[in-house]
Write a new protein. Sequence first.
Length: 100
Amino acid sequence: MRKSYSNEFKLKAASMVLDEGQAVPEVCASLNVGPTALRRWVDQVRQERLGSTPAGAKAITADQREIQELKALLRQKDRDIEILKKASALLLLDAKDHSR
């Protein structure tokens, strides 16, 4: 079974490399994580700090998580608006048919 790590854990591990200057093998040994996973987290946190999240990835940093949540909410609102437009157009057509 694959291990699952919290965003806080991933962020701390990446910060140890990016901010504290620790080597990847050193952090892997101290946190008991594989180098592939740690390098992926480091790359992703580096990207997120520059303002983007890799396509299809769940954000690690709080700012990028909030951006992803807001984008999802905006997409839902856009879908809701389209549904309301279609419903109101149907109601207008129905009202015209009944007024004849």
